[in-house]
Design a protein around this ligand. Structure first.
Ligand SMILES: C[S@@+](CC[C@H](N)C(=O)[O-])C[C@H]1O[C@@H](n2cnc3c(N)ncnc32)[C@H](O)[C@@H]1O
Length: 281
């Protein structure tokens, strides 16, 4: 991230969700606030995406990871979980459209510059901030999540659901595992959903997909937010287990295709990101 600046990739992810509402009619992930939070930028982004299919695969992956996370969240809320922590929230709109109301306390954890910019966007779009929401400022590379949450009335004894979407690839391994270690250590029990990519050499990617990944890495680099972490799936699962996660559900490209694109004549491609859910309870 560029010092003192809001995350540019947060804007990019939010733009993909907004475009998905129009070009794919939100069929993977429906978000009634996705366009509104972008304001005047939404229409231009849709027009640009309409004439350029090169980012479709990434857009669908972003829709899938959010849908997967919110479906998993709904399940655990049904079982009594009352705390959600949205790590690296960016322009995520869940807190502003949730139907769980008082039943779910939401903590949005993000870089302070991104949070200030989000608050401005919310105000411009006249999207009210619910009383159930708390903003928690953090720099994952410099502060611990434990300290940041403790300073904001987070109850470590209550079972908690964490989403961490589109953030892990931008952090060092050390920051990733220290955060996952904290999540796994919570005495009330925890669930986490995050996404990651395999190192390129692990994947038998077609030239076209390798070129797409290289272009994405270059794009985020030019936005001052380089990719820093890739994980081998098997090794990641071992580490998650060592940290104390008991159940691990990891959707790679083939499972994503089977679950979300079967019978739709649409594809997320053969290779790409993974989205994983891990739980300690
Ligand atoms: C690609 S955006 C994803 C935003 C959101 N989760 C989504 O899916 O739309 C990456 C997010 O990670 C946050 N982030 C990146 N590095 C960070 C750091 N070192 N500390 C705190 N937040 C960070 C950015 O502020 C941004 O909100």
């Amino acid at each position: 991230m560029q010092s003192g600046q809001p995350s540019r990739t947060a804007l990019a992810a939010a733009t993909h969700r907004a475009v998905h509402q129009v070009l794919e009619r939100g069929h993977i992930f429906a978000d009634p606030l996705a366009e509104r939070i972008l304001g005047a930028d939404a229409e231009a982004a849709v027009e640009k995406a309409r004439s350029d299919a090169s980012k479709r695969r990434l857009r669908l992956f972003i829709a899938v990871r959010t849908r997967f996370a919110e479906d998993a969240l709904a399940t655990v809320v049904g079982h009594g979980v009352r705390q959600l922590v949205v790590l690296g929230a960016g322009l995520d709109t869940f807190a502003y459209r949730t139907t769980f109301g008082e039943n779910l306390r939401v903590f949005e954890v993000d870089h302070p510059a991104t949070q200030a910019w989000k608050c401005q966007r919310l105000a411009e779009a006249a999207i009210p901030q619910p009383d159930t929401l708390t903003f928690v400022p953090i720099d994952f590379e410099r502060e611990t999540l434990a300290e940041a949450l403790a300073a904001n009335d987070f109850d470590a004894a209550r079972q908690t659901f964490f989403t961490w979407l589109g953030v892990v690839p931008y952090l060092t391994e050390q920051a990733v595992f220290s955060t996952l270690g904290f999540i796994a250590s919570l005495r009330g029990g925890s669930h986490v959903v995050f996404d990651y990519s395999n190192p390129l050499e692990m994947e038998a990617v077609r030239d076209e997909q390798a070129a797409e990944r290289a272009a994405l890495a270059e794009r985020v680099n030019s936005l001052g937010e380089s990719f820093r972490s890739y994980f081998n799936t098997h090794e990641l699962h071992i580490k998650l287990t060592d940290l104390g996660f008991r159940e691990i559900e990891d959707l790679g490209p083939a499972s994503i295709r089977a679950r979300y694109f079967a019978n739709r004549g649409s594809s997320s491609g053969d290779k790409g990101g993974h989205v994983v859910r891990a739980t300690t309870v």
